[in-house]
Write a protein that binds this ligand. Structure first.
Ligand SMILES: [Zn+2]
Length: 179
């Protein structure tokens, strides 16, 4: 059995939530209403909000607006969220996701994360066992790949490994990365 994540003991930083709202472009008002319905209001940069409520909002976005919106939100996160500075190499870009995740959440217990492992010189895997939706991570990894793509690479491929997926109740999703 997968370890149960201590979501109810965690909080999300207001700035991270604002990054999500900013990414929803034309539906920002709707996003703010959905957040308010879960008690995440008023939204302030320096405040912390219950993570379980934030996850309920993601579930609602997926159901009412669609999974493509979740992926689009994921793609915008690297633009809107704070990442460690001075990152050049793509490996460090992917590694920084877990650090950024920990900077924007606080609490006690296990909350999963983004576990990067290098497979070959230009291949790696990212195991995502955080409680966010699969589509969000897919969009996030794609955008990071574009941002940190080495000049001598034509593309950065992000492929969901078949099998285990959080959409079907698994504890984690693994993405194969190559460039
Ligand atoms: Zn998945």
């Amino acid at each position: 059995m997968a370890e149960r994540l201590a979501v109810s003991k965690f909080e999300v930083n207001g700035q991270a939530i604002m990054a999500v709202v900013a990414a929803m472009s034309i539906t920002q008002n709707r996003a703010l209403k959905m957040l308010a319905a879960q008690g995440i209001a008023p939204l302030e940069k320096e405040r912390w909000y219950p993570m379980d409520k934030f996850l309920v909002v993601f579930e609602a976005i997926g159901k009412e607006i669609g999974p493509n919106t979740i992926k689009a939100v994921g793609r915008k996160i690297p633009e809107n969220a704070i990442f460690p500075p001075n990152i050049q190499a793509i490996e460090d870009g992917f590694r920084s996701v877990d650090m950024a995740y920990r900077m924007n959440h606080r609490g006690t217990g296990s909350i999963g994360g983004y576990r990067y492992s290098q497979v070959g010189p230009r291949t790696a895997q990212m195991l995502c066992d955080n409680p966010y939706p699969c589509s969000l991570d897919e969009g996030l990894l794609e955008a990071l790949g574009e941002r940190f793509r080495p000049v001598d690479s034509l593309w950065v491929r992000v492929e969901h490994q078949p099998g285990s997926c959080r959409k079907s109740g698994a504890a984690s999703c693994t993405f194969n990365l190559s460039w």
